[in-house]
Design a protein. Structure first.
Length: 239
């Protein structure tokens, strides 16, 4: 059983590390079974939050308006993790969002080290009976682990840590739960198309907004994010 690790959980605007955004991030430093540090914050993604994401997470768009943006959060988050092993339920999925965000922000130093993780989902799939559901809420109910706020990052990070300790107590023998190497190849962002740039220019003029950004230098994702933000706040172009 690991004596020193960081349990993480993220909430996102969708399932794609390239197209979607992190909207909440949490990490708990655990040493000898005790939480010795906590990092937790909502993140303003500057895009509309779809209704079904709010239904799942309870995170509303208005809750994010005054929250820090990803460029403010990620360097502090990486510093908090340090060289610890990451633990989580489907930790590789969260890791992909972390690495893609670091790549987009130019935090190249994170790719110079080796990352390792302990995945409670993989442990449960390997050792538990097949008829038992393996998502985090079902496993917590199965083992009587209380979740304070399901699908909120801080609560899920804490639940994953407690689930890990429970699984170790039942199934681990002779330290056989070994961390696995985590890897993710970030996707390079495609530059904005001329048609998309013209639409942004038209949208800005239509709403009478001041804008000194050179749209031709944005990526497609940045352009889409900016368009979504303007439309969300000011509305569509009415013909």
């Amino acid at each position: 059983m690991l004596t020193h690790y960081v349990s993480i959980d993220l909430e996102m605007s969708g399932l794609s590390p390239v197209k979607d955004r992190i909207i909440e991030i949490a990490a708990l430093r655990v040493e000898n079974g005790k939480v010795t540090g906590r990092f937790e914050t909502l993140i303003n993604p500057n895009i509309p939050i779809r209704e079904h994401i709010t239904e799942i997470t309870g995170i509303r768009e208005d809750m994010l308006h005054q929250s820090p943006e990803i460029h403010e959060v990620m360097p502090k988050f990486i510093e908090f993790i340090g060289n610890d092993i990451l633990l989580g339920h489907s930790v590789g999925f969260d890791f992909s969002f972390i690495m893609q965000s670091c790549y987009d922000l130019g935090l190249g130093e994170v790719f110079e080290r080796e990352w390792y993780g302990m995945d409670t989902l993989l442990i449960a799939r390997k050792y538990m009976e097949t008829e038992t559901g393996k998502n985090l809420d079902k496993l917590c109910k199965y083992y009587g682990i209380e979740e304070k706020e399901h699908h909120r990052a801080g609560s899920d990070a804490e639940a994953a840590a407690r689930l890990y300790e429970k699984l170790c107590g039942i199934y681990e023998k002779d330290g056989e739960f070994e961390p696995v190497r985590l890897s993710y190849k970030p996707k390079k962002q495609t530059m904005i198309a001329a048609k998309q740039a013209r639409f942004l220019e038209k949208l800005v003029r239509y709403h009478g907004l001041e804008q000194d950004t050179d749209f031709s230098k944005l990526t497609q994702r940045e352009g889409s994010r900016l368009a979504d933000m303007i439309i969300s706040k000011y509305g569509k172009i009415r013909h």
